[in-house]
Design a protein around this ligand. Sequence first.
Ligand code: DC
Length: 253
Amino acid sequence: MVEIDNAADSEKMELPRIIAIDGPAASGKSTVGFAVAQRINYLYFDTGAMYRAVTWAAMARGLDLADLDAIGTLAESLVIDISAPQPDTSDGRQTTVLVDGQDVTWAIRSPDVDRSVSVVAANPRVRVALTRHQRRISERFSAGISEAVGLVMVGRDIGTVVLPDAPIKIYLDASAEERARRRYEELRRRGKEVPYAAVLADMRRRDDIDTHRAVAPLRAAADAHILDTTGFTIEEIVEQILDLMRREEVKRD
Ligand code: DC
């Protein structure tokens, strides 16, 4: 006997639980990813913060960033904890980043870390260690055992390497000039005066390293939705992403 599934009335539609957002530096990933997460009560998880945390720790210990083994060993041993900020935290942070219990949320955003992080992110052992950690986080959501409803994971290789089966993938892009302008404004807001030309040059250098590295280079997954953020407001991009998510709604009993 063939059973005909006519349970449509009892089916509940749900947004995909995991969303992968990738893109180059200052493409709007963090701002947009955070805003999407806020709107639908998902956990916002910024994987770039993990590469920054390793870079910060290596610099604090005076290690040579080009020493692949020393930095790889460090990445394997550090306890990096990324969590939603406490409700009473009012310094504008999107997440709280702890390295071995120390709050490095702002220290990992310094121009020194900006300049050095691409080299650390190109280290294969660092990538293996951090990718493993990121997959463990996402497994909690696929299994439905996390306190948050879903996960917005943001980075460079989430859709291609970390979570190739993510139900929805977004690749955000914008011109290097536009991204440098955003980073320049952001640095100024934080009281850091760096000439625009230097920010642009640094942006191009980082793009070059991120897209040409041997392991997990920055690129859009074949099944990613590519959104150019130039000329759009954050709200408009957030709406586009929520629309895409609604179209990918999955049926649950
Ligand atoms: O997004 P961000 O600027 O905070 O990222 C910091 C660095 O980490 C940047 O050089 C790219 C790298 N990165 C990566 O290689 N893979 C990720 N999933 C996230 C960031």
